[in-house]
Structure formats: structure tokens, C-alpha cells
Design a protein around this ligand. Structure first.
Ligand code: PHE
Length: 363
């Protein structure tokens, strides 16, 4: 057997003995690499006689081509085998019992309540407006006819932030009413907006949280009067609680930014310790409202002789507690999954805003 034949049979044996792609790569380098055995053969050609050189040169090149082909074939086989092994290792055992599911998520009752409130007003043609949580004194108080030293400022238990360069203290808005001002200063009448958002007051017990939510409403236009306010809010209360003949009462009240002002109560019964909405002859206060004060209209650049309108504001937590029977306001923010599972909503159940609210019932 010639040297080349011997070399070939050694290399073929090594290729067949390679059982992994890594081993095969070693063989390839050993045979075909720059410093490999076949290159070494080619380098010896220079020292041969010309007639020998031609023959040996051809033989070495044939060997090189054969070995290259054999390595390629072996590579294909080993890759297929590796893939097969991987697939069988990772095969799913469909007979295994399923892992316990974490369950579907639930929509927080506050998000749900905000959806419901805004959907009812969207059906009445209101647009949603929003404003910043950190407000200036002007938007939160002064423009709303609550000048410095006004006692209403104390009642709001305001959180003040560090004064800015001009020495004025930004506030965490104590109500959503500053968005009324922002909207009127930005656009001409008519206005019809509903404003859901977070509000802040330094107060904490079973019915108060330092952060809570309100929904504000504002309607401005030609000839808007108290009758519009009443009709709009009666419709809202009946739709929200799903009681067609729900008694609704307007009780004179005071807010610096509305004149006249009215608190809105709904009929209920407290007999036997439980609260029943829409039955009995008791009353429950659920929102504040009034005709926008002429001074507020003027502060926002509107002419109170030409346009007027009404505004209202409601606490979202309070409405959610009443509608869904949630006894303690603090539990809204405890992030307790068991609570959410009980009081939360399956998200698919939520009506899309643009289609309005068709089903006000809890799931
Ligand atoms: N901003 C009032 C509050 O926080 C609610 C309100 C809004 C009353 C608009 C009248 C008109 O109590």
C-alpha cells in the first residue's frame, strides 16, 4: 500500500470514528487544515522529479477532494442525528398533568367604575379630558374662586410641594376641578367634558385615602341652565346604579366655584343594618354640583353674560363601594390578590367606551 493509500484509509477510519460534530471538526483540521497532513503532502511535491510530481500531485488532489466529500457527508449525518436526539429529548409528554394555573387577571373595581362612569357620559356626548396631578395654586384654587386665605383651602388638607424659583408652592391637586379651568382656557364654548383622575388630600381612615379618584364633569354653552344639570345627573345616577326609577334629590349646598350649588342624593334604605339603593325613604349623598360661578367663567376668559353652564364632581371610590358593596376604602390599595379575585372583573366583560354601557351589572 502506498503512503497515500495508507493516509487515506487512516483518515477514512478517523472520519467514521467521529461520533460528534466537534470530533469531526478535529479530524477536518488534522486532514485539511493549513498545517494538516494533506497540506504536508502537497508541500513535498517540490522535492520530486517533474514526471513524478505530476502524478503524485494529481493523487494528492484526488485524496483531498475525497476526504472533503467524506467529511461533508459525515457532517450531514451527525447534524441530523444531533437534531433527532434534541427533538426526542425535548419531546412533550402530553400525559403529564397541567401545572396549576395562576388564573386569569382581574380588572380592578376602580378601573371598572371609571369605565362605567365615562361610558355613560360618553353616550351623552361628553369627551374625556385629563390634567396633571401636580397643579399650580392658580388652577387648583385661585381660578376656581378660592382666593388665598379662603377657608376652603384649609378644608382641602392640601399636600404642598417644595416651592419653585418664584416661591410658589405646587400642590397635589385636591380635586379634578382644575381641569375645568385648563379646558376653558384652552378652548371656546361649547364644552362637554368628563374628567376622571387621581386626587390627593391629607386624610386617612376607612372612608378616606390620601390618594383617591374623582370624576369631574363640565358643560358650557348658550342657555345651559339648572334643568340641564338636573336632567343630566338624574339620568347618570339611574344608569350607573341600574335602577330606572331611582329617586334623586338636589339639596342646596355651597362650593366657591358654583352658584347655585347642589349636593345630589339618591334614595336608599338602611333598614336592618344593610344599605339598599333605590328602596326606602332614606337619602345618600353621592356627588357635588352647581352652575359654574360667573367669576370662574371670567377667570377663564369666557363672558358670563353670554355663556353659562354646570359642573359636577364625584368620588369614584365611594361610587364603587356603593355599587359593589365594598366596605372599606383602604382595601382598594392593599394590592391583595384574594381581594381582587373577589371584587375584580373579568376584563372581557368590560364594555368598550365607544359602544357605551349596555350592562351595568357586576360579573
Ligand atoms: N370639586 C368638588 C369637590 O372636590 C366637587 C364639585 C365639582 C362640586 C364641580 C361642584 C362642581 O368636592
Amino acid at each position: 500500500m502506498s503512503d497515500l493509500d495508507q493516509l487515506k484509509s487512516d483518515l477514512v477510519a478517523a472520519i467514521n470514528a467521529a461520533t460528534s460534530l466537534d470530533m469531526l471538526e478535529e479530524v477536518r483540521l488534522h486532514a485539511l487544515g493549513k498545517k494538516g497532513v494533506i497540506s504536508a503532502q502537497l508541500k513535498t511535491l517540490g522535492s520530486l522529479e517533474p514526471d513524478q510530481r505530476k502524478q503524485v500531485g494529481q493523487d494528492v488532489n484526488t485524496l483531498k477532494e475525497d476526504i472533503t466529500q467524506l467529511i461533508a457527508d459525515r457532517h450531514t449525518d451527525l447534524s441530523a442525528a444531533a437534531m433527532k436526539a434534541k427533538l426526542s429529548d425535548e419531546a412533550l409528554d402530553v400525559s403529564l398533568p397541567a401545572r396549576p394555573s395562576l388564573g386569569d387577571g382581574r380588572m380592578h373595581p376602580l378601573s371598572r367604575t371609571i369605565e362605567e362612569i365615562t361610558a355613560i357620559f360618553a353616550d351623552m356626548g361628553f369627551a374625556i379630558a385629563e390634567g396633571p396631578d401636580i397643579e399650580t395654586d392658580f388652577y387648583n384654587f385661585t381660578a376656581l374662586n378660592i382666593p388665598p386665605e379662603h377657608p376652603a383651602r384649609q378644608e382641602h388638607d392640601t399636600f404642598y410641594l417644595t416651592p419653585d424659583e418664584t416661591g410658589t408652592r405646587p400642590v397635589l391637586r385636591t380635586h379634578t376641578s382644575p381641569v375645568q379651568v385648563r379646558t376653558m382656557m384652552k378652548q371656546d364654548p361649547p364644552v362637554r367634558i368628563i374628567v376622571p383622575g387621581r386626587t390627593y388630600r391629607s386624610d386617612h381612615d376607612a372612608t378616606h385615602s390620601p390618594m383617591f379618584h374623582q370624576c369631574e364633569g363640565l358643560v358650557i354653552g348658550d342657555g345651559i341652565h339648572m334643568g340641564h344639570l338636573k336632567g343630566c345627573l338624574i339620568d347618570f345616577c339611574r344608569s350607573f346604579f341600574g335602577v330606572d326609577d331611582l329617586p334623586v334629590r338636589f339639596r342646596p349646598s355651597f362650593f366657591p366655584f358654583t352658584e347655585p350649588s347642589a349636593e345630589v342624593d339618591i334614595g336608599c334604605s338602611r333598614e336592618g343594618g344593610g344599605l339598599k339603593i333605590g328602596a326606602g325613604d332614606d337619602w345618600l349623598e353621592i356627588l357635588g354640583s352647581g352652575m359654574v360661578h360667573p367669576k370662574v367663567l371670567a377667570n377663564c376668559g369666557y363672558d358670563p353674560e353670554k355663556v353659562q353652564g354646570f359642573a359636577f364632581g364625584m368620588g369614584v371610590e365611594r361610587l364603587a363601594m356603593l355599587k359593589y358593596g365594598i366596605p372599606d376604602l383602604r382595601t382598594f390599595y392593599d394590592t391583595d390578590l384574594r381581594w381582587l379575585k373577589h371584587y375584580g372583573f373579568v376584563p372581557v366583560d368590560v364594555p368598550a367606551l365607544h359602544t357605551g354601557l349596555h350592562d351595568g351589572a357586576a360579573s
